[in-house]
Design a protein around this ligand. Structure first.
Ligand code: GLO
Ligand code: MG
Length: 348
C-alpha cells in the first residue's frame, strides 16, 4: 500500500498565516476558514487541529449554549467535507487574564479563569467531535525564575489535569511540551516531564503527549529519541512535525528543512513502531515563510507532507541486513556513510 493511504495528516488553521512577526505586520491577506478547509481536502489532510476559538470565534462573548451550538455547526461542516477534528486546545495565552500564565498564574482569579476556559474547551471538543484536548502550556513558566514557586506550579498543573479528567470521563489530554517561548523558563519542558505528570495523574491511561520536533530541538534534545521515549510508554498522542535551525526563536520550518537526517529518524521511529495504526495523525505545525507571496501560502504544507512520504520510502528501502552487519562489526563509520548515501539516493 502506498504510504499516503496508510497515514492520516493534519494541520491547524494557524498554519496558513499572514506573516506577522515581532518586527513587522502581516504581509498577506487572510483566507476564510472555508477556503482553508478547501485546502485540507485538496491537499489530502483529513484532520483539523483546533484552538477553542478557531472552532468558536469570540467564544467569550457567547453563552455556553450558543457556544456549543456553534461547535456543532462546525462539526457538520467538517462532516460534509469528510474531515475530522483531531484535537481542540484552549488558547490560554491571548486573554488579559493569562498574562502571568493560566494554571500557574499567581492570581487565584486568573487560575480560575484558565480552568473555566479549559473546561469550556472540553465541551467544545465533545461537540466538534473529538475526545482529544491538547495542552500547550504557553505562559506556564517565568520570565524571571523568582516570580513563581516551581514546585507549587507543578502541583497546580497536576490539579488542573485531574479536574479535566474528572470533568469528562471520555477525554484524553495530550500535553505539548516546549522549553521556552514565550516564557524564559517553561514548566513541562520535555516529554519526560509530560509522561511523569501523566503517571502522577488520577488516570494515567488518559494522559499522554504531543511532541513537536522544534520544541525538542529547542530543549537540546533529539526529536526522534523523544518520540521513542513516548512510544515506549505508549503515550504518543500526536506529533507536530516541523524543523528548527538551532537554538533560535521557534521557527516552525517545513519538515526536514534544516536537518533531513533528523527528519528521517523521526519518520523511522514512527513508521517502525506502528504509529498511526490506531488512527493517530501525522500532524504538522509549520509556518509560512514571511517572504512567501500570497499564492504560495500553502506550499510549506505540501512540501512537508511530501517530505514525510519520501522519508517513509527511505525508511522502508533501507538495507536492514547491511545495517545489522555494520552494527555487529561495530563499524559506525560505515553505517554513517551508508545512511548518508541512502538519503542522497546513491545506491552503492
Ligand atoms: C507553539 C505551539 C502551538 C501549539 C498549538 C496547539 O509553539 O507549537 O502552535 O502547537 O497552539 O496547541
Ligand atoms: Mg505545536
Amino acid at each position: 500500500m502506498a504510504a499516503d493511504h496508510e497515514y492520516r495528516f493534519s494541520f491547524g488553521p494557524w498554519n496558513i498565516g499572514e506573516g506577522a512577526d515581532p518586527f513587522g505586520p502581516e504581509v498577506r491577506t487572510p483566507y476564510t476558514f472555508a477556503k482553508k478547509l478547501d485546502w485540507f481536502e485538496s491537499l489530502g489532510f483529513e484532520g483539523v487541529q483546533f484552538h477553542d476559538d478557531d472552532v468558536v470565534e469570540n467564544l467569550e462573548e457567547l453563552s455556553p449554549e450558543k457556544c456549543l451550538e456553534k461547535a456543532r455547526e462546525v462539526r457538520k461542516v467538517l462532516e460534509d467535507r469528510s474531515l475530522v477534528a483531531e484535537f481542540v486546545a484552549p488558547r490560554l495565552w491571548f486573554h488579559p487574564q493569562t498574562v502571568d500564565g493560566g494554571f500557574t498564574a499567581n492570581s487565584a482569579a486568573d487560575r480560575q479563569y484558565a480552568l473555566d476556559r479549559t473546561l469550556r474547551t472540553i465541551d467544545i471538543a465533545r461537540e466538534v467531535g473529538t475526545k482529544a484536548v491538547v495542552i500547550w502550556l504557553a505562559r506556564e513558566g517565568t520570565y524571571i525564575r523568582e516570580a513563581k514557586d516551581a514546585k507549587l506550579a507543578y502541583e497546580r498543573i497536576l490539579e488542573t489535569l485531574n479536574k479535566m479528567l474528572a470533568y469528562d470521563p471520555e477525554i484524553s489530554i495530550w500535553i505539548e511540551p516546549k522549553p521556552n517561548e514565550p516564557t524564559d523558563q517553561a514548566y513541562v519542558p520535555t516529554i519526560g516531564h509530560a509522561v511523569a505528570m501523566a503517571y502522577q495523574s488520577d488516570d494515567p491511561s488518559r494522559v499522554g503527549g504531543l511532541i513537536e520536533s522544534a520544541h525538542a530541538l529547542l530543549a537540546g534534545l533529539d526529536p526522534a529519541d523523544e518520540m521513542a521515549f513516548a512510544l515506549a510508554h505508549d503515550k504518543l498522542g500526536s506529533v507536530h512535525l516541523n524543523d528548527q535551525n538551532g537554538l533560535k526563536y521557534d521557527q516552525d520550518k517545513s519538515f526536514g528543512s534544516a536537518n533531513l537526517r533528523s527528519a528521517f529518524n523521526q519518520v523511522r521511529v514512527l513508521d517502525e513502531n506502528g504509529y498511526g495504526k490506531r488512527g493517530e495523525f501525522i500532524g504538522l505545525d509549520v509556518k509560512v515563510m514571511r517572504t512567501q507571496r500570497q499564492e504560495g501560502s500553502v506550499d510549506h504544507l505540501v512540501n512537508s507532507k511530501a517530505t514525510f512520504l519520501h522519508l517513509v520510502e527511505k525508511v522502508r528501502t533501507l538495507d536492514k541486513d547491511l545495517e545489522r552487519q555494520y552494527i555487529e562489526a561495530r563499524d559506525y563509520e560505515a553505517l554513517d556513510a551508508y545512511i548518508l548515501r541512502h538519503l542522497m539516493g546513491i545506491s552503492s
